[in-house]
Design a protein around this ligand. Structure first.
Ligand code: ATR
Length: 276
């Protein structure tokens, strides 16, 4: 008789683009942990059945990605505070009694990426200017507010979506018109792109960056390409920059630790394994 081998994986639709199997597979091999991490292509109509079956199939947990991050909240037994605030989950934990808890580690991943790659960044250095108001943006705003950023200046092409986020997150979030956002960069301590602009196959981010001051930290959630045009221009202007791959890597840490009992490291070897 062999002991059950713990299983984890990522549930999405489609799933071929996910880098999580490479990442968790690398950690499992590197730490010599008995376990498997598999990609699972699950259609929305099948999600409830698949989630319910996870504990009985030997899963210790799973990641959840598009398009299931919001719907999964209604299918689990409990939801952490941070997943509730963000309104979406990316990590499921199967407890010993077979119940499932949903968590969101995207905001954690975002902040840890900045801590690791821009240790000099001070959340109180000035307002954080955030482009976008989609799903990824919610995790960024909540983690920035939690980390002590005093003001978030939020700008989105569709203004009403930014206003909705302001309504939810409160007065520390202020909305700036999309065509005006270039004018508020001067005082920024941090600039974050959470839109898909600048991604391979997507239009360019056309915000004028002339106001960016050297020293302002600039980061992009887009990691394909790794050096987005935003990061290139920022670096030319003397700004420290942090690419978006690190957020993806760091968001995987809490799940791996809970499922497999070891806190994994985010380092260059992992980056190469995921990029390769
Ligand atoms: P995610 O979950 O990755 O944040 P999303 O919810 O689809 O993805 O959000 C995409 C973000 O990119 C939105 O802020 C979107 O702006 P709108 O709310 O106006 O749609 C932004 N975005 C996408 N294409 C854009 C474009 N051509 N110009 C400006 N913003 C764009």
């Amino acid at each position: 008789m062999t002991e059950n081998v713990p299983l984890a994986g990522v549930i999405g639709h489609p799933i071929h683009q996910s880098k999580s199997p490479q990442m968790h597979g690398h950690w499992l091999r590197r730490y010599g942990i008995r376990g498997h991490y598999v990609p699972m292509d699950v259609k929305p109509a099948d999600l409830a059945e698949v989630i319910r079956a996870l504990p009985r199939m030997g899963f210790v947990g799973a990641n959840v990605t598009l398009p299931h991050k919001i719907n999964v909240l209604d299918l689990v037994d409990s939801v952490t505070d941070r997943a509730t605030i963000i309104g979406a989950a990316n990590t499921l934990i199967v407890r010993r009694d077979g119940t499932i808890m949903a968590d969101n580690t995207d905001g954690y991943g975002f902040i840890e990426n900045l801590r690791q790659n821009a240790p000099g960044w001070d959340p109180k250095a000035g307002p954080a200017v955030v482009f976008g108001a989609g799903g990824a943006c919610r995790a960024v705003i909540s983690s920035l507010l939690e980390t002590g950023v005093e003001k978030v200046l939020l700008s989105n092409r569709t203004r009403i979506k930014a206003e909705q986020l302001q309504h939810e997150f409160g007065m520390r979030v202020q909305v700036v018109d999309w065509v005006q956002v270039g004018n508020v960069l001067e005082d920024a301590g941090l600039v974050v792109n959470t839109t898909s602009l600048g991604m391979v196959g997507q239009p360019e981010l056309r915000v004028p960056l002339d106001g960016l001051r050297p020293g302002t930290l600039v980061t992009d959630l887009v990691y394909s390409p790794l050096r987005t045009p935003l990061l290139e221009v920022a670096a030319e202007r003397g700004c420290p920059t942090v690419d978006g791959l690190g957020m993806l890597l760091h968001q995987g840490v809490p799940g791996f630790e809970r499922w497999f009992g070891r806190r994994p490291e985010v380092d260059d070897e992992l980056r190469q394994a995921v990029l390769g």
